[in-house]
Every structure is written in C-alpha cells, then in structure tokens.
Ligand binder design. Structure first.
Ligand SMILES: [Zn+2]
Ligand SMILES: [Zn+2]
Length: 344
C-alpha cells in the first residue's frame, strides 16, 4: 500500500509498504478514507519533534472503515465507519480513569500514531487500543464532517471545556488557524455574552468575519481598543491562547481581567516567560495544553445535531498520490488554504 513516510528531517516520501497487521488483541486495522494534514506533521517534517521515529508513516487525523479487529475489541466491528483518535490510551490507568487520557501511562500512550508508530496518511492504519481510539460515526454524519473530530476539533472542545466559560463571559481567542476556529466553534456552544477573535492574518480574519458574523474579529493592533470597548472589567473573562506566536502568551495574560482564566492551547517553539511580579495581584488562573481527546462521541453527536460544522475548513482536496502537493499548499499557506483533505 502507499504510505506517506517520514524518511529523515526535511524528507517525507510516498512509499510502498506492506499492509499493517493486527499486532495485539486490542488492535484494529482501519482502511483510511480521508486523512488531513496537521501543523504537527509539519513540525515532524522540520525535525522539530525529537520523539518522531524516522521510517514511520505520518498522519494522525483521519477517518475510515474498520477492516479487521483483534479478539478483545468489543466496541467496533469490521465495516463500521470510524473516527481515529489522535491519542492512544489504555482506558484503565489512573490518568485514563480520570479522563486525563493525554497522560496515559501505557508505553504507547499519548500521541503515538504518525509520530512513534505508523499513522494514517496511508491506505490502511493499525490502531492500538481500538475500543478507546476509534469512535463510530453516526449514519447521518459524513466522513468530511467527521474528519477533524479526533484531533483539532477534539482540541478545541477540550480547550472550551476546561476554560469554565459562562453566559456572562467575554471570551478572547488568540489565533484563527484551524485549531483556533475549532476552539471558536466549541466556545460558541457555551453561548458566552461575546467572543472576540484576534488574528494577524488578513485572510483568516476575513474567514471568521464571513462565517461567524456574530463574533468580533480583530487584528492585533486593534486588540487594546477592542478589549476596552467590549470588556467592562479591564479585560476578557476568559482568554484562550491558540496562536503560539512569539508574543501571544504575553498578550493572553495581559488581555485577561483580574481573576480571569487563561487557557494555553498553543504549542510553542520556545520557552515562555511568566513575569509573576508584573502580574502580581491579577490573580489569574492558568490552564495549559495537551488535549485530552476523549470526547469524540459527544462531538459526533453535536455534529449530527447540526451544532458544529467544520466542513468550511476543508478548502482543498487531494488524492493520496498527490499528497506532496497537499503538503506544499498547507505548509506554505498557498491559495487561501485552511485544511486539506487527502483521499486515501
Ligand atoms: Zn494534529
Ligand atoms: Zn491509560
């Protein structure tokens, strides 16, 4: 089968590989119908993910049809349409039992697919702990609608969930890339009084303005003035930092009101400074990133009910044979791309 492979830093190639086989009674084999490309894949390509193993098939955001299951798998069966979870988790350890599946202590726990073990930018993928890692897609939900449930949408949902958003709140979201928009969609479900999205890219701002007119979309240079206008208590009640740029952590805590919540979803390339003397008396609560991707079933139900729709994010589609082209467009932000779907 064809599999897009991390050969070495800077070198991804579409290679012919043997079909994956069940290696454990809890495994499943999934025939991938659609895969997407995530910024984390680009980080691997740049050699910025030290734990990524050369030779592995990349891709950790995909949907497909169950081809085979091990003898201990009970929740899915061959023929089921499924979402694959970005995280591998055992479902039994201390962290899994508390819903902190990102910290699963299993040796394959956490982000394994497309990083430490073969992922899904391929025709088939082996999914360990299939009962945890796969979620059946409702009949009324298409593969396109479900494509982001296991990764970027799970991240947005988790971020909105831990941020304790109430109906009284003004919520500020920094960053309107794919994860930022998923965070926005999930924050909107909480029906806060107002949502402000700050983004430096003009095209992304325009996307927010055209698709979500109820949201205030601001460029960074307008942010101070926007906060002053919409936040009566000196800052946003909740800030979700999804941008991960050089100054956005500082912007996040500076834009929060005293006693506000700052949730850091972004993955930074560099250490960040927490200048406690400057924020003394501001009494902020910080929550930090690493999605606990265990809400896939709830997300699929919300999609089925029409409460979340991520299909506008799919701006481009390619066959697996042309995945290098898809990477080029996504990585270099060509042609107004937000997310690509790869037909496997
Ligand atoms: Zn990802
Ligand atoms: Zn676990």
């Amino acid at each position: 089968m064809l599999a897009y492979t991390y050969v070495a830093p800077g070198d991804f190639r579409l290679l012919e590989k043997p079909l994956p086989e069940l290696a454990d009674e809890k495994d499943a084999i999934v025939r991938v119908t659609l895969a997407s490309i995530c910024t984390s894949d680009i980080h691997i390509k740049h050699g910025a993910v030290p734990r990524a193993v050369p030779g592995i098939t990349v891709g950790h955001e995909m949907v497909g049809i169950v081809e085979a299951v091990g003898s201990a798998v009970t929740k899915v069966k061959p023929g089921d349409r499924v979402v694959v979870n970005v995280e591998t988790f055992c479902g039994e350890c201390f962290f899994c039992r508390h819903g902190y599946v990102n910290n699963c202590t299993d040796k394959n726990g956490g982000w394994a697919l497309g990083c430490r073990i073969d992922g899904g930018q391929a025709e088939f993928v082996r999914v360990p702990y299939a009962d945890q890692g796969l979620t059946v897609i409702p009949d009324t939900v298409s593969f396109e609608q479900a494509l982001f449930v296991g990764d970027v949408l799970a991240t947005g949902f988790w971020a909105a969930r831990i941020s304790e958003i109430t109906a009284e709140d003004t919520v500020l979201i920094l960053g309107a890339g794919p994860t930022g928009i998923c965070t926005l969609l999930c924050a909107m479900l909480k029906q806060p009084r107002q949502i402000i999205v700050c983004e430096k890219d003009e095209e992304r701002l325009a996307f927010v303005r055209s698709h979500y007119p109820q949201v205030i979309a601001a460029a960074p240079e307008e942010l101070t003035q926007t906060i002053a206008r919409y936040c009566p208590h000196g800052g946003a009640d909740v800030v979700l930092e999804v941008a991960g740029a050089k100054d956005t952590f500082r912007t996040a805590w500076q834009c929060a009101r005293p006693n506000g919540i700052v949730t850091v979803v972004a993955l930074y390339e560099e250490d960040q400074i927490l200048p406690l003397p400057q924020m003394y008396g501001k009494n902020l609560t910080f929550k930090t990133g690493g999605v606990d991707g265990c809400d896939c079933e709830e997300l699929l139900a919300l999609i089925a009910q029409g409460k979340i729709d991520t299909t506008p994010l799919i701006t481009h589609e390619y066959p697996l044979e042309k995945i290098a082209e898809a990477y080029d467009v996504f990585e270099n932000r060509k042609d107004h791309v937000i997310k690509v779907a790869v037909r496997c």
